[in-house]
Design a protein. Structure first.
Length: 197
């Protein structure tokens, strides 16, 4: 799950308007919809159709309103920067989790940046014709990912014994990527982006 708010903030600063706006589509991948699709397709869980609708409806409403009314588009667009501190980390992550997980959690956060960052940079360069900045900015963990281990453990009890530890590791990954991704993105943009050269 990519931290869409962090990505939007970074692309507003270092990328184009189109790159920043793509976080809406990224939110479909990083939100509850994709979790439901994966869990449903694997047979671990079943979901009522109205749950799928509720996962997609906010995006459809925002998309429709933004395209119908230029004033609303401007209002919503200007609100992104203001809201970042409130939803980038979430309100339930305890920073002390880094001490609890130690090196393993920090390593997981760095691994997320490397393992997701390299293919995303390549995709940005060769598919999106960008300079890789969007790929670096998207290589983070979203706060919503913290709920995934417990969600899976509730649906597949065989994972229950490791759910708490996995939750702590994911929470640390969220914090580590929230700190490192903006720094790496700024350095990358300074080095490779003509806009920021």
């Amino acid at each position: 799950m990519t931290n869409g708010g962090l990505y939007a903030a970074l692309m507003n600063q270092y990328g184009s308007k189109e790159e920043a706006g793509s976080f809406v589509l990224m939110s479909l991948e990083s939100g509850p919809l994709m979790n439901m699709v994966i869990l449903g397709a694997s047979g671990i869980a079943t979901f009522e159709p109205q749950l799928f609708v509720s996962a997609v409806l906010p995006f459809l409403i925002g998309f429709t309103l933004g395209n119908l009314d230029p004033d609303l588009r401007k209002l919503f667009g200007n609100s992104v920067q203001t809201l970042i501190p409130f939803f980038a980390l979430g309100n339930t992550i305890n920073l002390a989790v880094i001490l609890k997980t130690g090196f393993a959690g920090i390593f997981l956060g760095v691994l997320v940046i490397v393992v997701t960052g390299i293919p995303l940079i390549l995709a940005d360069k060769f598919i999106g014709s960008g300079n890789g900045t969007a790929g670096v900015a998207a290589s983070s963990s979203a706060g919503a990912a913290v709920a995934t281990p417990l969600l899976i453990a509730n649906m597949a009890p065989e994972f229950a014994p490791v759910a708490q530890q996995a939750t702590a590791l994911v929470a640390t990954s969220v914090i580590v990527t929230l700190v490192l991704v903006p720094i790496i993105t700024a350095l990358w943009a300074k080095r490779f982006s003509p806009k920021n050269a």
